[in-house]
Design a protein around this ligand. Structure first.
Ligand SMILES: C[S@@+](CC[C@H](N)C(=O)[O-])C[C@H]1O[C@@H](n2cnc3c(N)ncnc32)[C@H](O)[C@@H]1O
Length: 365
């Protein structure tokens, strides 16, 4: 298929849009965060600033593909009671929406949820159903991405979308298996109109396991990409991450520059970078943190809380693979993937330093 335009809900700084534009597909993103919108505008990405809930498919009549990465905060706590309750709520709303229960009743009940962000994960389904019912022009493909805890929601979406005439696949993907110099797991759904089978993209690189050399493993796959492969630092280094340690110094994650980065979160500015003999080195710049997410080296990061913008994004390289699979295209060639190296934006980035700002959001992993 050859899409006309992707409407990207919760579009952030543009991880998915960068991939789509480099694949030659036009996008428009809906995003309410002023900082992310500043970056998007500096990059020249079409943007509707505002709340996704205030728009619908009829506001974007040209869009024939729907994409979305709704906020994850209520699901990253899936292990605790609030997360499980959120999941049960969402699954029952999926059923009511597909049964075409009265929209106002559903909206009223959604507004009563303990955490209003829980309902945001249902927005792509609302858009998909309204495109079928109201504008009589269903999206030709749908692409969704989120943290692993959201997979049960995507499974419920898959069942619903199959009944609406889509072929669907969903599952967990590891970013390093697609050449991203970072280990990060994401729950991904792709759907295409019709009966032809749809499949998540096949891995191109080996998965990373601590202590297993990159040369070992399936010969049909390339070795994983390292931080040193993409960052032009003059000497080897180690990254010491504070994330997820509960403050225990012994539990601090360490990754060498000869390995992929640990998951890039909104707190990346807190990671220390040290030489092999333990000397403190410069922490990652926005451009370097963006590179670990496979954003172009000259991506014009702008606005506040750039670390959070970067940590929120889907890695463009993974997004290229996902979009190609959703459109039933061949996997992107090396030449196409290399287009992600530069953005050639006219606008200079506003900041060359990652500042640890008090964040509105928890880091999503
Ligand atoms: C996980 S990030 C998505 C990142 C994006 N997929 C990318 O690749 O760059 C979620 C985004 O949703 C935005 N957001 C949250 N609630 C929103 C709402 N009601 N309307 C519009 N955007 C919203 C957040 O500001 C954040 O940028």
């Amino acid at each position: 298929m050859h899409p006309v335009q992707i409407v990207d809900l919760f579009a952030g700084p543009g991880g998915l849009d960068v991939a789509a534009e480099k694949l030659g597909v036009a996008t428009v993103g809906v995003e309410w965060d002023a900082a992310a919108c500043t970056t998007r505008r500096a990059a020249g990405l079409a943007t509707q600033e505002g709340d996704v809930r205030r728009f619908g498919p009829s506001d974007f009549p040209d869009a024939d593909v729907l994409a979305g990465g709704p906020p994850c905060q209520t699901f990253t706590v899936a292990g605790n009671g609030a997360g499980r309750r959120a999941l049960d709520d969402v699954l029952s709303f999926v059923k009511r929406m597909v049964a075409r229960e009265d929209r106002e009743e559903i909206a009223k009940d959604l507004s009563k949820l303990e955490d209003e962000r829980t309902g945001l994960v249902l927005e792509p389904l609302r858009w998909a159903l309204e495109a079928i019912d109201d504008r009589d022009k269903p999206y030709r493909a749908i692409v969704l991405e989120q943290v692993p805890a959201v997979l049960p929601v995507w499974e419920a979406y898959a069942e619903a979308l199959r009944r609406e005439g889509y072929s669907v696949d969903c599952g967990l993907l590891r970013t390093e298996a697609y050449g991203v110099p970072q280990t990060r797991k994401r729950a991904v759904l792709i759907a295409r109109r019709g009966n032809e089978e749809v499949a998540l993209p096949s891995p191109t690189h080996r998965t990373y396991r601590k202590g297993v050399p990159r040369e070992a493993g399936d010969n049909a796959l390339k070795p994983w990409t390292t931080m040193a492969d993409v960052l032009g630092r003059p000497s080897p280094f180690q990254v010491i991450s504070n994330y997820g340690t509960g403050g225990d110094p012994k539990a601090r994650g360490r990754r060498a520059s000869s390995e992929p980065s640990a998951t890039v979160t909104g707190k990346i500015s807190r990671n220390r970078v040290v030489s092999l003999d333990g000397a403190e080195l410069d922490r990652f710049t926005p451009s370097e943190a963006g590179r670990l997410q496979t954003f172009p080296i000259d991506y014009p990061w702008s606005g506040n809380d750039i670390g959070q913008q970067i940590g929120n994004a889907v890695p463009p390289r993974l997004a290229m693979h996902i979009l190609s699979a959703a459109f039933d295209w061949d996997a992107p060639s090396d030449e196409t993937l290399q287009k992600l190296d530069t953005w050639s934006s006219e606008v200079a980035p506003e900041s060359t330093e990652l500042i640890d700002e008090p964040s509105r959001e928890e880091a999503c992993v």
